[in-house]
Design a protein around this ligand. Structure first.
Ligand SMILES: Cc1cc2nc3c(=O)[nH]c(=O)nc-3n(C[C@H](O)[C@H](O)[C@H](O)COP(=O)(O)OP(=O)(O)OC[C@H]3O[C@@H](n4cnc5c(N)ncnc54)[C@H](O)[C@@H]3O)c2cc1C
Ligand code: FES
Ligand code: FES
Length: 473
């Protein structure tokens, strides 16, 4: 049964062989003798395990094409990629004929011990092949976005030579095989179901069979990008007898603009949403670069971020400020739940065991003044200590409507209702802001933990509105 499932690695089809639902792509590659991809952390933090995956992409004229996306292979179940096509650092070039990215890394001193190098090469290659990379973008002649490397850590070389290598890259040469591959479609995902001694794993390409499976197995572990669950499996040895992988369900990957709302599929990756929205929801455009790293955003979904119901997830404060609702779907039908009613307790939600989050619905028009503040120990690739999202309608110098979403200050993400009341109907002036900032500092019930003290969290809340005011000038 397993023999019929293969994975294309560096242009060669390989049978999956003996794997379990917990086998991640990194472990599988290394068991195949492809030891270029390394395990640094096994929790998505270092990027040493990065690989390229051929992902479906629509061309400018709507034609089906392919995009190379870099993922952390340590967090990706190999079964979720059955039938797919991947490239590792070994497949990009050979010692005799280095890939341009490998050549620049080597000649510009971008590698010392080399442990991180295959991961950097892969992330750099994804950016090298980014279809819309154009000269002058990101303030550099070759348009290279250094944030493409934000999920890769190097302990010994230092980042300057790596940056030099990135900025030295030209456009792919005519006839470059990976660039040519991008002009062809990605093979459609096949339905597959595995019953293995270690547990069952089902990955349907459509919603109906996913919902029927969940109705029959309400205790199944639902996984999408697996960036959350993968850490539980690798680090805390979590196991589940039944996995429902929804990463290929097409109905969860739709993004639609309507006159009065925008609806974002819960199964779209954050990178896909970022591209699909193209900055038209400024609050989310501000959030995405602060969410983990490009490697994580290429896999992580909004459904997963809301599914964890973590009080420190980054999307809930932003979506609360945007007054979003969730569409929940099951074989019994579909219902819409305002996000403010979705979180019912610490990591508890209004979602029933047989329901999936289908989409996130954001009402239009959007507020006139928005901002997302994430306070964390590191500026990028870190989890929030406190997050504050503002969405204010200011008209004629008066705050007509205020919505403020908070994360990290209570058992659930929440709205700052007292502060909203202190702002609404008031003139948008420094004295209004000062008074409302004092109220904001008292919202929630912040706790002491390893990320921040309760006092620090309250102080950050108090500062956030003052900062927002300053940012508006
Ligand atoms: C290195 C690293 C950095 C991170 N940084 C951040 C960060 O900056 N900010 C942040 O908020 N999070 C961060 N995370 C956490 C994680 O990436 C996010 O929560 C992400 O959005 C999870 O999405 P996923 O698709 O990978 O979820 P998965 O791991 O696939 O699933 C997570 C949970 O959601 C449920 N679920 C998934 N999809 C659905 C659905 N459609 N309907 C119902 N339930 C569903 C699953 O059952 C599971 O319980 C980070 C994680 C890592 C490893
Ligand atoms: S091993 Fe560190 S991100 Fe995968
Ligand atoms: S070269 Fe040693 S960790 Fe980067």
């Amino acid at each position: 049964m397993m023999e019929q499932f293969t994975l294309s690695v560096n242009g060669q089809r390989r049978p999956l062989g003996q794997v379990s639902p917990q086998t991640n792509l990194l472990g599988w590659l290394r068991s195949q003798g492809l030891t270029g991809s390394k395990e640094g952390c096994a929790e998505g933090e270092c990027g040493a395990c990065a690989v390229l995956v051929a992902c479906p992409e629509l061309g400018a004229g709507g034609e089906r094409q392919t995009r190379w996306e870099a993922l952390n292979s340590c967090l990706t179940p190999v079964l979720a990629l059955a039938g797919r096509e991947i490239m590792t650092a070994e497949g990009l070039g050979t010692p005799e004929q280095l890939h341009p990215v490998q050549r620049e890394m080597a000649t510009r001193g971008g590698s010392q011990c080399g442990y991180c190098t295959p991961g950097f090469v892969v992330s750099m290659a994804a950016e090298y092949y980014r279809p819309d990379r154009s000269g002058g973008e990101h303030g550099v002649p070759n348009g290279f976005d250094l944030h493409a490397l934000s999920g890769n850590l190097c302990r010994c070389t230092g980042y300057r030579p790596i940056q030099d290598a990135a900025y030295a890259l030209e456009r792919p040469a005519p006839g470059d095989p990976l660039a040519q591959r991008c002009t062809l479609p990605t093979a459609p995902a096949a339905e597959h179901q595995f019953s293995l001694p270690e547990g069952a794993f089902y990955q349907p390409p459509e919603l109906r069979p996913a919902l029927e499976f969940l109705a029959a197995h309400p205790a199944a572990k639902v996984v999408a990008g697996n960036t959350d669950w993968g850490v539980e499996v690798n680090i805390r040895h979590a196991r589940t007898p039944v996995t429902l992988s929804i990463g290929e369900v097409q109905e969860l990957k739709e993004l639609r603009w309507h006159p009065e709302r925008v609806e974002i599929g819960a199964g779209l990756t954050l990178s896909q949403i970022e591209r699909g929205l193209g900055g038209r929801v400024p609050l989310l455009a501000q959030l995405f670069p602060q969410f983990a790293s490009r490697l994580i955003r290429n896999a992580a979904t909004l459904g997963g971020n809301l599914g964890t119901a973590s009080p420190i997830g980054d999307s809930p404060p932003a979506l609360l400020a945007l007054n979003a609702a969730l569409k929940l779907v099951s074989v019994r039908g579909e219902r819409e739940v305002p996000l403010r009613d979705y979180f019912t307790g610490y990591r508890q939600t209004a979602r029933q065991p047989d329901e999936l989050i289908r989409s996130v619905v954001i009402p239009l028009p959007l507020a006139t003044h928005t901002a997302f503040h994430k306070i964390a120990k590191r500026r990028f690739d870190d989890i929030s200590s406190v997050a504050v999202a503002f969405a204010l309608d200011i008209d004629g110098g008066v705050v007509r409507r205020a919505r403020i979403g908070l994360g990290g200050v209570a058992a659930t993400p929440l709205r700052a209702l007292k502060t909203e009341a202190a702002l609404e109907g008031q003139p948008w002036t420094e004295s209004t802001v000062q008074a409302a900032a004092a109220v904001l500092a008292t919202e929630g019930t912040p706790l002491d933990d390893h990320r921040a003290s309760a006092r620090y969290r309250a102080a950050m809340l108090g500062q956030a509105l003052l900062r927002f005011w300053e940012e508006q000038w």
